[in-house]
Design a protein around this ligand. Structure first.
Ligand SMILES: Cc1ncc(COP(=O)(O)O)c(C=O)c1O
Length: 414
């Protein structure tokens, strides 16, 4: 090996890309390049089902997209005063999503979710935040998780996390924290079709408690629908945050809302050197046009066909303890072990089988345009093999996985 991989802590900059998320000793350690839906790695070529953990919705190394970026690079980077292009792309974004009057661009999902909660605290003059999903690496969110080392308790105590789409927990959290809730920030969908009852309750609790409703659309935006979860569910939040697919792999994110709220950014500090990076703007500019109604119609059909097939295959698992549930929304499929005590073993086994078929898999599928019938068939065939092995008389999950066991990013809460 040319390079010492330990020069980078954990050998990765992103927890969910790290070696401990893939079976030990048999997974590739790093990729060298990528094209379409395929990764070249230190262990050869793999079909990729994670697609950069969501951003790459068209495919890697898309020629027309790259050419558009090169053209913009030639006009200069990091310009010393606001760049004319920022206004053009902001306008295009708002026209496309049919929501809000003002936009601020940034680089990561965490930038805009953190800006949104700071703006909510500024606007409401209240401190508490309620959230339901994963919202990034910053103190206000990570403090409320099991990986909260380094975050002062005084900060952690200001964020209340509920489980997914529990109406009961949501209502209780509003009741317990009455009078001090600045905002409810939610992933409007996590791995399945929207729970409209929950979303309506979220909206009305926010209205009744003078708290802002923020949609964290880092995953759903530019993936489930042309207008993201707002268009898909018809529920309108106060602020919306985009990231991932907006840039097809180039870091770009955005926060959008009505002017009466967004003008708070004239006061609230949300400012950094590369906030409106021209390469990010160029990627958003290109992708907003590329991700048109036809694109989403095709992606939705592809997701639904795949899901129907996979649900049928997975229903054949005989041992209840080994059951895997498949859920989806357009552009994303999620695979969950029903017995959470065996989740890591089941994940390891499934990943091992996928690796042996030349595919990288992390219990979800970020479907992209370049996943074609051939790859989809390979995925379904692999799940058929998995089910067959699980149903065989001498199947021993522990033996299959003990040498290769993956770890959880967040410790399960007890
Ligand atoms: C729903 C959601 N919000 C926010 C984030 C944070 O985005 P980033 O990692 O780009 O900072 C993520 C990242 O996975 C996410 O899934």
């Amino acid at each position: 090996m040319k390079n010492d991989l330990n020069i980078i802590p954990d050998k990765s900059h992103t927890f969910s890309k790290a070696h401990h998320q893939y079976p030990t000793n048999i997974s590739p350690q790093y990729a060298t390049n990528a094209y379409g839906c395929r990764l070249q790695t230190d262990k050869g070529e793999y079909i990729d089902w994670s697609m950069g953990i969501g951003p790459v919705i068209k495919g890697y190394s898309f020629k027309r997209f790259n050419e558009h970026l090169y053209k913009k690079i030639e006009k200069g980077l990091a310009l010393s005063i606001p760049y004319e292009y920022e206004f053009e792309v902001a306008n295009k974004l708002i026209t496309n999503i049919k929501f809000g009057d003002q936009v601020r661009f940034a680089r990561n999902g965490s930038d805009v979710t953190s800006a949104a909660v700071r703006l909510a605290r500024h606007y409401t003059n209240k401190d508490l935040i309620i959230c339901n999903g994963y919202h990034g690496w910053q103190d206000w969110y990570i403090g409320a998780t099991t990986r909260n080392s380094g975050v002062p308790r005084s900060i952690s105590n200001l964020t209340k996390k509920i489980d997914g789409f529990s109406c009961e927990q949501l209502e209780r959290s509003f009741n317990q924290n009455k009078g001090n809730i600045a905002c409810l920030i939610i992933e409007p969908m996590i791995g399945s079709e929207p729970d409209i009852e929950f979303l309506k309750m979220a909206k009305s609790l926010c209205e009744n408690n003078e708290a802002l409703l923020i949609f964290d659309e880092a995953w759903t935006g530019f993936r489930c629908h042309k207008e993201g979860a707002i268009g898909y569910t018809g529920i309108i939040p106060d602020l919306v945050c985009y990231g991932k697919a907006l840039g097809n792999g180039v870091p770009v994110s955005a926060i959008v809302g009505r002017k009466s709220l967004m003008k708070g950014f004239e006061e609230v500090f949300f400012s950094f050197t590369h906030a409106a990076d021209p390469i990010g703007l160029a990627s958003a500019d290109f992708m907003i046009d590329y991700l048109d109604t036809n694109f989403f119609n095709a992606l939705t059909i592809k997701t639904n066909v795949m899901k129907t097939k996979l649900v049928k295959i997975l229903q054949e698992i005989e041992d209840e303890n080994l059951r895997i549930k498949c859920t989806s929304y357009p552009g994303k499929l999620v695979f969950t072990a029903i017995n959470q005590h065996l989740a890591l073993e089941i994940k390891t086994f499934v990943q091992k089988e996928f690796l042996s078929m030349g595919m990288l898999f992390n219990m979800f599928i970020a479907l992209c345009e370049d996943h074609e019938q051939k790859e989809i068939d390979m995925c379904c065939d692999t799940f058929e093999i998995i089910v067959k092995k699980m149903n065989s008389k001498d199947f021993n999950l522990q033996k299959e996985t003990e040498q290769h066991l993956v770890k959880a990013v967040f410790r399960p809460q007890t």
